[in-house]
Design a protein around this ligand. Structure first.
Ligand code: NAP
Length: 292
């Protein structure tokens, strides 16, 4: 790959290898294996694929995987009862309830019920609060993966001007908090931002998480800037289905100092970070320092 292209697939593979080595050390030194429970309600095809991949990769790094597949008609009370049961189960160190949920279930009620210590998606308000106040949080997987890729490429991020396009609770806001924690000067842009291209051009780091195919053009990018494209958009080109990011890659790659492709950039990092978070959660629950 061209040196400007950030290979998220290779980085994720390396991260999974490091997680697997630590899981093996936990098993050998402490006789316990971290466990991740994934709950799927209904038959959404994309969610089924995500859950299958999560379970497969969990097992591949040597952790225990607990899959709970519930029917689309499951009541909120029954789902909350399962989450409480998983909260109490010592073999389960991480709990993930796959979103979206069927309409009879309030996702916030589910997220609020997960024990924050086992909240490996990092969506619980306690973890969001800890991240915002500099505490020991479990951090949402996608922004955590973006930060790892950035630090791998740039090293110290102190003083860098960063822009985050998008302010969702799962990507944009935690991403901005992480960059602030690394001493970046952070702009958070959204659908009401005036002069988005101008704001973007001032940034040395651009994180695009808007869900708009190829919205960020090449002439929005400052020469040499590092561009992290979180977007995953399904589009049709020349009669074929394709995945594109939120950045017009062919234009931006000519200007950027480094850029993540779609696919093969941020995408593979998300599950690898979920495994890292499960390991981190397991070590904290057991009072062990291994996660590093
Ligand atoms: P979301 O909840 O829909 O949030 C989109 C954000 O982008 C909102 O804050 C919105 O602003 C902003 N926005 C929308 N249109 C805009 C425009 N024209 N100009 C400026 N800002 C605009 O999306 P999300 O869940 O954060 O996901 C964002 C993208 O990342 C999606 O493509 C999603 O598929 C992808 N994603 C990828 C991964 C991964 O594993 N790689 C994980 C999660 C998400 P307002 O707040 O003003 O509405």
């Amino acid at each position: 790959m061209n040196g400007r292209i950030i290979d998220g697939k290779a980085f994720a593979e390396g991260l999974r290898g490091r997680v697997a080595a630590k899981v093996a050390a936990l098993k050998a030194g402490h006789g316990f294996v971290p466990g991740l429970a994934v709950v799927l309600v209904g038959e959404d095809p994309a969610s089924q694929v995500y859950v299958r991949n999560k379970a497969k990769q969990t097992v591949e790094v040597g952790m225990a995987s607990f899959e709970h597949k519930l029917s689309r008609e499951t009541s909120q009370a029954d789902l909350l009862a399962l989450v409480k049961q998983l909260n109490a189960d010592r073999a389960v160190n991480g709990i993930l309830v796959q979103l979206p949920l069927p309409k009879q279930i309030d996702p916030q009620a589910v997220l609020d019920t997960i024990d924050p210590a086992k909240d490996v998606d990092g969506f619980h308000v306690v973890n969001a609060g800890r991240l915002a106040t500099g505490g020991e949080a479990l951090v949402p997987c996608t922004p955590l993966g973006c930060l790892m890729l950035l630090k791998d490429r740039l090293g110290d991020l102190s003083g860098k001007r960063a822009i985050v396009l998008g302010r969702s609770n799962i990507v944009g806001k935690p991403m901005a908090q992480l960059l602030l924690g690394e001493n970046c000067t952070v702009t958070i842009a959204h659908s009401r931002t005036r002069d988005l291209p101008g704001e973007c051009r001032r940034a040395e780091i651009v994180i695009a998480a808007v869900g708009k195919p190829e919205m960020v053009r090449g002439d929005w990018i400052q020469p040499g800037a590092v561009v992290i494209d979180v977007g995953i958009n399904r589009v049709e080109r020349d009669g074929k289905a394709r995945l594109v990011g939120d950045v017009a890659y062919a234009e931006a790659v000519k200007v950027a100092g480094a850029i993540t492709p779609v696919p093969g950039g941020v995408g593979p990092m998300t599950i690898a970070c979920l495994l890292q978070n499960t390991l981190t959660a397991a070590c904290r629950q057991r009072g062990l320092k291994l996660a590093g």
